[in-house]
Design a protein around this ligand. Structure first.
Ligand code: BES
Ligand code: ZN
Length: 879
């Protein structure tokens, strides 16, 4: 039975080592779009100390077996067993050579896993378990071997033939065919295998490593995209240099290839020396890509490059350990981007992302620890928890041990485990041993799910000048794990005087006071910290730089928040204080709205935002973050029963109110930023554009906005300004929006990536009519349900980023979406499962919406032959 179809869970505790070493894998591909013939030869050797005889168990899926031989003898049908996705040879000799030949059919592979067709070229995606769709083999990450790959194809149809490692030989054949042979000297698991075959153009550059190795860098794209690779190449060179400087890690081969495809389930993939990227994370030109796209490319190029050490050289023992490579590599890419751009802005964006994507996961039916204990379909566990929360846990090691201690740990990790497939425990042990510390209690972060809540209270005693801070931590139960324990929390603290000065901190036992942030450790369910010689009741600046991934509760007065916003030395705390103030204001008005009361604007919020906007010293990108109101989903998470329309109305009311109050400041700031200078890619220019865009979005709430947006659209020389203007016109329901959209469409209709933006702008428009727009857009020639980027842009954005559209009271959004999940399930189960998760939080809505969503979930669950991917999501949601 297929793992997915049987719906059977796999448990981490059931791990057993594979009894065989595979010493070499020789692959031969006769490439064809309709049919590709794959011949594999592998050398099996029983592991030392394993009792014999042993069976050889291989994985395969949708393979048409042509022949199988063992030590040159053809096996008869009685000598092996194929059952579901496994092929078993019951008792095999201790040393043997297995040969297989299979046929596969790339052109009809719509799941985009294994070997498939994208436009005119063929490519592979093997993580996590796609290799089994290519040939019979132990498809698990702890079986590592060296690959020799020969690709044979028609020369004119497939002039470029790529695989991992070094090109060792090539030649021509009769009938217009040719072949190329690649060898990868590094043993690797199946999930890192890749091949690409087709007619691709390339951009080339070089990088000389610190030790003097010359590395050829090539980015392969379809010919029309050659002028959009510069930024990706620059990002790659920066990433290679950064990893040498910050982590002392050098690249280890002579070639580094990146291939861009429009048809990709994920963002990008780190195959050894042959990364494959969603074109969204490669292609950029100022007129086609926004600043956010540029930053995304830098981050993802970095991420996949950094996997070469954290993932490829040291890989995962099993898929439960996924965060070992992903959490660590996300931490590395976050640090890379922080070093390249603005550290503070990057940190704020990452925290926002964690709160809006990971916190809901912890609070829903798919809650799991960063290292899950079981799964049905591993593809469903490439989650914000494994990735983003995983990265915050790596960040906590860094906070606790410091940069030097952390790097010592990394060094020991590579010394011990280079070339191995290991576990999260091995990583923790390396960190602990390298620093001579005990991290046993810290390990709970790997096994406990849920978002800890920390309730902070304080007391100031003027007579003794003592200040007491009391912290209580508590993690609410998650659906799969009822009882929780106290976690180790790095607690970075500062105290401010009312005038904003930082107060020196001194414990009773200490002789001297120290100014600046103090790193404390919370380990117990309840803990108290007492500071002495505190001259006035201070404002606590809690969890600076977001030192632990927790929800912090403290009853700040508006004045205290204002002090933090205006004066705290920590950019994260300043931003967070502004978010809290805005959140409180919006939720209060939401309540008023629900009670039929008139909404009002709190003057303290206006004062705080006035202060932010008047700050001429601060990085404009930071100000832009501070002025961005919490999004509707984040606000929804703060309510017991989500009031979709109330949140929308209250947020809009506050935004408009601020805009009206601050209109002259906004106009002046916008005018100053709108300096008519030609586009520049620099971080400074991006920062200015980000503040300009947010100012415009406020101004669009006033009568001044429409003409500013129209002028910006007309004079724009870059996609960031263009999109800010059109989005604004759409949101305000301007009569100019329709023209703007149709001009955009006629200019970009042949450009897949830019058309994604055109779909997004329309799918995100609030209100009950959007479901009809989205339904109509599915018939647009640029839309294809087979293409994940299109599905994410239209269907995904509508269902996950447009609350008032999706949650329309009559349930039409739900029905539409469930139909798409069912349609997608037959084509691409991975994408279908991602889409199905839009219903995950159905229990948090009112009775009527709950009933409507539940009915749609049940309708999906009842589909015949539903994939294991979708079944796991909907069954969990219904449970
Ligand atoms: N290894 C993953 C890509 C992957 C995940 C392929 C799951 C197949 C199944 C890659 O390193 C990755 O994590 N990519 C991210 C982007 C990254 C910047 C977080 C992605 O694709 O979303
Ligand atoms: Zn990754």
């Amino acid at each position: 039975m297929k793992e997915g179809i049987s719906g059977k869970a796999i448990y981490r505790k059931d791990y057993t080592a594979y009894p065989w070493d595979v010493n070499r894998l020789d692959l031969h591909f006769e490439i064809g779009s309709e049919t590709t013939v794959v011949r594999a030869q592998m050398e099996f050797q029983l592991k030392d100390g394993t009792k014999s005889p042993q069976a050889i168990v291989l994985n395969g899926s949708d393979l048409q077996l042509v022949s199988i031989t063992l030590n040159d003898r053809v096996l008869s049908g009685e000598e092996y067993i194929i059952e579901g996705e496994t092929l078993t040879i019951p008792d095999a000799p201790q040393n043997c050579v297995l040969r297989t030949e299979v046929k596969i059919h790339p052109a009809s592979n719509s799941a985009l896993e294994g070997l498939y067709l994208s436009g005119q070229f063929l490519l592979t995606q093997c993580e996590a378990q796609g290799f089994r769709k290519i040939t019979w083999f132990p498809d698990r990450p702890d079986v590592m071997t060296t690959y020799r790959v020969t690709l044979e194809a028609d020369q004119s149809e497939f002039p470029v033939l790529l695989s991992n490692g070094n090109l060792v030989d090539a030649g021509e054949l009769t009938g217009g065919r040719h072949w190329v042979r690649w060898e990868d000297p590094f043993p690797k698991p199946t999930y890192l295998f890749a091949l690409v075959a087709g007619d691709l153009a390339l951009v080339e550059d070089h990088f000389t490593t610190r030790s003097g190795r010359d590395v050829v860098l090539r980015i392969y794209v379809e010919a029309e995209n050659l002028d959009r690779c510069e930024h990706a190449m620059e990002s790659l060179v920066n990433a290679m240099r950064w990893d040498e400087e910050r982590f002392d890690l050098e690249y280890d081969l002579d070639i580094y290839h990146i291939v861009a495809t429009n048809d990709f389930n994920m963002g990008a993939m780190e195959n050894k020396s042959l990364n494959i990227f969603n074109s969204k994370y490669v292609l950029a030109r100022p007129d086609t890509a926004t600043d956010a796209d540029y930053q995304g490319i830098e981050g993802v190029i970095g991420h996949e490059y950094f996997h070469n050490w954290t993932g490829n050289r040291v890989t995962c023992q099993d898929w439960f350990q996924l965060t070992l490579k992903e959490g660590l590599t996300v931490f590395r890419d976050e640090e890379f981007s922080a070093d390249m751009q603005s550290r503070a802005v990057k940190r704020i964006r990452d925290v926002r992302d964690l709160r809006s994507r990971q916190f809901p996961e912890d609070d829903g039916p798919m809650a799991h620890p960063i290292r899950p204990d079981h799964y049905v379909e591993i593809n469903n566990f490439y989650t914000a928890t494994v990735y983003q929360k995983g990265a915050t846990i790596i960040r906590m090691y860094h906070t606790l041990l410091g940069e030097d201690g952390f790097q010592k740990g990394m060094k020991l990790y590579f010394e011990r485990h280079d070339g191995q497939a290991v576990t999260c425990d091995d990583f923790l042990a390396a960190m602990a041993d390298a620093n001579g510390v005990n991290l046993d209690r810290f390990s709970l972060w790997y096994s406990q799910s849920g978002t800890p809540q920390v309730h902070v209270s304080d007391h100031y005693d003027a007579a003794t000048q003592r200040y007491t801070l009391k912290l209580k931590q508590h993690t609410p139960p998650t659906h799969e794990q009822k009882s929780k324990q106290a976690l180790v929390l790095p607690f970075a603290l500062g105290l401010l005087a009312a005038n904003g000065d930082e107060l020196p901190l001194q414990f009773e036992a200490e002789a001297d006071a120290a100014t600046g942030t103090r790193l404390l450790i919370v380990e117990e369910a309840e803990q108290e910290f007492i500071f002495i010689n505190i001259p006035e009741a201070p404002v606590p600046s809690l969890f600076r730089d977001y030192s632990a991934p927790v929800k912090v509760f403290f009853d700040y007065s508006p004045e205290q928040l204002a002090t933090l916003i205006a004066h705290d030395s920590d950019a994260f705390v300043r931003w967070d204080a502004a978010q809290r103030m805005a959140e409180d204001a919006i939720l209060k008005q939401c309540l008023a709205h629900a009670q039929g009361l008139e909404m009002t604007l709190d003057p303290s919020l206006v004062r705080a935002f006035k202060g932010i906007l008047s700050d001429q010293q601060a990085d404009p990108a930071l100000l832009a973050e501070a002025m961005t109101l919490p999004d509707e989903d984040y606000l929804a998470d703060q309510m017991d029963v989500v009031d979709v329309d109330g949140i929308h109305a209250a947020r809009k009311f506050i935004k408009k109110g601020l805009a009206v109050e601050l209109v002259s400041l906004l106009t002046a700031r916008f005018a100053k930023l709108n300096d008519g200078q030609p586009y520049q890619k620099s971080a400074t220019a991006m920062a200015r554009r980000s503040l300009k865009s947010i100012c415009l979005s406020y101004l669009l709430e006033t009568s001044a906005g429409e003409s500013l947006a129209a002028t910006q659209l007309e004079s724009s020389d870059n996609m960031t300004d263009t999109l800010a203007a059109i989005k604004g016109l759409i949101l305000m329901d301007s009569p100019l929006a329709a023209t703007a959209l149709s001009e955009f469409e006629s200019r970009w209709k042949a450009d897949a990536l830019v058309m994604d933006k055109w779909f997004i702008m329309q799918a995100i428009k609030p209100g009950r009519k959007t479901v009809d727009t989205v339904r109509k857009l599915m018939d647009h020639p640029a839309f294809s349900i087979q293409n994940p980027n299109k599905v994410r842009s239209l269907i995904g954005v509508f269902s996950m980023l447009n609350p008032t559209g999706f949650h329309t009271a009559d349930g039409s959004g739900y029905t539409f979406h469930a139909d798409r999940v069912i349609e997608l399930d037959g084509l691409n189960p991975q994408i279908a499962a991602r889409m199905a998760s839009a219903f995950n939080r159905w229990k948090r809505y009112d009775e009527s919406r709950k009933a409507l969503m539940k009915a749609e979930l049940q309708r999906i669950a009842a589909v015949d032959n539903l994939s294991g991917d979708v079944a796991e999501i909907v069954n969990n949601a219904l449970r």
